[in-house]
Ligand binder design. Structure first.
Ligand SMILES: [Zn+2]
Length: 492
């Protein structure tokens, strides 16, 4: 995710743009605003044809869960009914309960009228009575944590199946991942019962916090997605489209998709116009509202093509065969595996800002190498900020002295529960200071050795959830690297 407050506070990445205005972060500033002109070198990045060589990636979890997710979209685009069936083969014995998270009940969504309500659940075909925990959710909701009681323990390596039916209500003007614009489009992500398992460790039960940002974590799974939408709607899905057929009711169409492996589900539904472009082997689709958008789909695709090439030059092949982009109002950008929600920006902002590259960078740092975004937000946000700046030759922005509020100084590794106490410092503390830390470590370690270690980190930790010690393992052979991470408070 890209944070608006970060942009306002920090003025990262000022780039001269064509019309004499400045794009600062993703926010367009008028000319003459006093920001010094800094122009990134347009030629130093590897060209799109030079994809970095990365060691062979670790394989996806062979026993990863399978999720069959069905949405039935309301005609008014205000809600969706859902049924999720998850087959789960834990790598450690599980007793007492299966734990799922209901992220539409997090404060930023629930305070704008969004919610997720579970109606029925079964475990291995047997009806169960779920238990709900607030875990940071407003009292009017069912909470963000859902327990399905187990009659017997599930042994490591044996499979249990949970089936949960639920309703998702869309939020209005929240800028978050579950919303409707009231004029025929809606979008929803993390909007199903999310299995909260972390391989090798157990359940992820961090509370939701009242911060505009991610706080979830999930292992990858095999997804089959089935969306019943009003006839005439466009559906931006996940992975590979498997075609459409008549829906179960008059005036509906069923849209089917399959994606594997992914660690979240994001869908855009309604009056979207979709433009498709094959970019370096990635089928890229951009959907903009048929009511109009500030930039055209081709403005977005041109920028995606440029930045995807630059990022591949640093970090190797884009991790997904398909990329689905939905342009939505009131937000900056939110990343999902092989899918992105971008805010409705002008063509000039799209071209000149760092937003497109930031979210694309998350496909490596969040998508390919996952993390618990509540416990270790720096493991994707510091890295995505760093990766964007590296790809766009803006490292110099992070080598200058930086004003970081004392609450955030040398606290890069804090969890979201810490940032909730002072949310306005989250961007400075994790995004900008975190990127500064990584660039400093890179300089001390030697750029080539650091870059090789970063590519090895991506390869060795592909398709799993990392913890800070995994990054320490990746760089502790480099001089000064771990000392730098410690000094900034990223690791102990
Ligand atoms: Zn981000």
């Amino acid at each position: 995710m890209r944070r608006t407050t970060l942009v306002a506070l920090l003025a990262v990445g000022a780039i001269v743009v064509g019309g004499g205005g400045f794009v600062i972060g993703s926010q367009l500033m008028p000319p003459g605003g006093g920001e010094p002109r800094r122009t990134a070198s347009p030629t130093a990045s590897p060209s799109p044809s030079e994809r970095a060589t990365v060691p062979p990636l670790a394989k996806a979890w062979a026993d990863r869960p399978s999720v069959d997710l069905r949405y039935d979209i309301a005609r008014d685009h205000e809600s969706a009914k859902g049924v999720a069936t998850a087959s789960f083969t834990p790598d450690k014995r599980v007793c007492d309960a299966l734990i799922f998270r209901s992220w539409p009940n997090k404060p930023e969504i629930a305070d704008h009228g969004g919610s997720m309500t579970v109606h029925r659940a079964t475990v291995d075909g047997r009806k169960v009575t779920p238990a709900y925990e607030r875990k940071g959710a407003p009292a009017a909701t069912q909470g963000t944590l859902l327990r399905l009681p187990l009659r017997d323990c599930v042994a490591a390596g044996s499979t249990v199946e949970a089936r949960i039916s639920f309703t998702v209500e869309m939020a209005r003007r929240s800028g978050e991942r579950v919303g409707t614009n009231g004029t025929g489009e809606m979008w929803l992500a993390s909007a199903y019962p999310v299995l909260a398992w972390e391989r090798g460790h157990g359940w992820m039960t961090q509370p939701a916090v009242d911060v505009f940002g991610e706080m979830d974590g999930t292992e990858e799974f095999r997804l089959e997605l089935d969306v019943v939408a009003p006839r005439g709607d466009t559906v931006l899905g996940m992975g590979r489209p498997l075609g459409t057929s008549n829906g179960p009711r008059e005036g509906t169409t069923r849209h089917r998709f399959a994606a594997d492996p992914v660690r979240n589900v994001a869908v855009g539904i309604g009056g979207y116009r979709v433009t498709t472009r094959e970019i370096a082997g990635v089928r890229t689709r951009v959907g903009v509202s048929d009511d109009g958008s500030l930039a055209t789909a081709n403005d977005w695709l041109d920028k995606i093509e440029l930045e995807l090439g630059r990022l591949e030059g640093r970090f190797g092949r884009f991790p997904y065969r398909d990329l689905w982009v939905t342009v939505i109002p009131d937000t900056t950008g939110i990343e999902f595996p092989g899918a992105i929600f971008y805010g409705d920006y002008s063509a000039q902002e799209v071209r000149g800002g760092d937003l497109v590259a930031h979210e694309l960078a998350h496909m490596w740092f969040y998508g390919l190498v996952g993390n618990d975004q509540g416990r270790d937000p720096w493991l994707d946000e510091s890295f995505a900020t760093y990766a964007q700046a590296l790809a766009d030759d803006q490292a110099f922005l992070y080598r200058q002295p930086m004003d970081v509020p004392s609450f955030a100084a040398n606290r890069v590794g804090e969890p979201m529960t810490y940032w909730e106490r002072n949310p306005d410092t989250y961007g400075a503390g994790v995004y900008r200071q975190g990127a500064q830390m990584l660039f400093e470590a890179r300089q001390r370690a030697g750029e080539q050795r650091w870059d090789a270690a970063m590519r090895a980190y991506l390869a060795d930790n592909a398709h799993r959830i990392v913890r800070p010690e995994d990054f320490v393992d990746a760089v502790d052979h480099l001089p000064g690297a771990v000392e730098t991470l410690r000094r900034y408070g990223a690791v102990e």
